[in-house]
Design a protein around this ligand. Structure first.
Ligand SMILES: [Zn+2]
Length: 231
């Protein structure tokens, strides 16, 4: 695809980075919260680590499954649309030409030029042209379920490993403190990156994620304390 120099857009290319950062966010917040909750209940370090690892596996699988199902259903829709389009192009090429011409007229070309453009494009790649200009499906935006599932699982794991590593390296009496502090620093960095990737303020992105992370860990710590004293 030809590239026009001198201008940079944050769409498209940055999409996967945003998705990866959000997946990592999920991993850090949920696994750190699990660890803090179990630690607050007074569990031994071995049990805390086991909880963290189980949370990592469960979270990564649920992210992958969720992403796969949602992206696969989008891919199914795209495939069905393209099949319909293919049939229509075979059965009623004249109507399809008129349809495409109307689309270009709507986008600002006058009738004879729109018809000429539609004819030219349809003679080289009729289905590709209709997919792009009528259905809005392009090769780069095409839904890829396996890739999407894999990306969210991996990014979740990367985010989850950080509080687990902190819990592993922390002195056994300070697991909750070390793990939650490490998780908060990680969330500030991830939130800032997400803000930057989305073209928004780094500080705002960092604060937002840190707030939700602190809230999640505070809640599970409270629940852990409650159960820890009750049991
Ligand atoms: Zn069409």
């Amino acid at each position: 695809m030809p590239q026009i120099q001198g201008e940079s857009h944050k769409g498209g290319r940055i999409g996967w980075l945003r998705a990866a950062v959000l997946g990592a966010n999920d991993g850090t917040i949920s696994v750190a919260s699990l660890i803090v909750g179990v630690a607050a209940a007074g569990a031994p370090q071995g049990s805390i680590l086991l909880t963290g690892v189980a949370g990592l596996v469960a979270g990564a699988m649920s992210m992958a499954a969720g992403e796969y199902v949602s992206v696969q259903s989008q891919a199914d829709t795209e495939k069905a649309d393209i099949e319909t389009e293919k049939r229509e192009l075979e059965m009623e090429p004249e109507r399809e030409l008129a349809e495409l011409t109307a689309i270009y007229v709507k986008r600002g070309l006058d009738q004879p030029l729109a018809q000429l453009v539609a004819e030219k494009l349809m003679s080289s790649d009729a289905l590709g042209t209709h997919a792009r200009d009528e259905l809005g499906i392009t090769e780069t935006l095409r839904a890829r379920p396996i890739q999407a599932a894999f990306t969210s699982a991996i990014s979740f794991i990367v985010g989850a490993i950080i509080p687990i590593a902190a819990a592993l390296l922390a002195p056994s009496a300070r697991v909750a403190e070390v793990s939650s502090a490490t998780a908060l620093v990680t969330l500030v960095i991830l939130g800032g990156t997400a803000g930057y990737a989305g073209g928004a303020s780094i500080a705002k992105g960092a604060m937002r994620v840190a707030f939700w992370g602190a809230l999640a860990m505070g809640l599970t710590a409270g629940v852990g304390k409650l159960f820890g004293t009750a049991v």
